[in-house]
Design a protein. Sequence first.
Length: 147
Amino acid sequence: MQPQSQPRRRAWPALVALGLVVLGSFLLGLVTPSVVPLGVIILGWVGIWASPLWRTGEQFLGTLFVPAPGIVCAAALGFFAGGSETCETTSDAFGTQTVCTTADGDGSLLVLVIGIPFVVVGLAYLVLLARLAVVRARGGAQSAAAS
């Protein structure tokens, strides 16, 4: 009597879930209102948690770290685009004049410097989760689970 093998799983749903989280996190800085990007991220998170290819700890860390690169970029983009505008209006006998000046966001460099470790960890963990999904879907689940 031969032992029953586990049903073969597909990796693409898990990879699509990762892609949705990454896409949604990058869209946070580009799409207003943020409802659509947040919906894409949540849909990706549901896919991560629904996938049988990852353990609970891997899913938890994926929930935290996979969107990090996009969120850091969105925050930096917000600081780049979100400078301050100051307007001054003066009136005299000849009329009214308004002069506006715009200053670039000063915190963008700080956001990038602080965020770089999160970007590196997020990208590394994204690659790790993708690799685990492919290996485990191909039948390496026994060897990957044993490690």
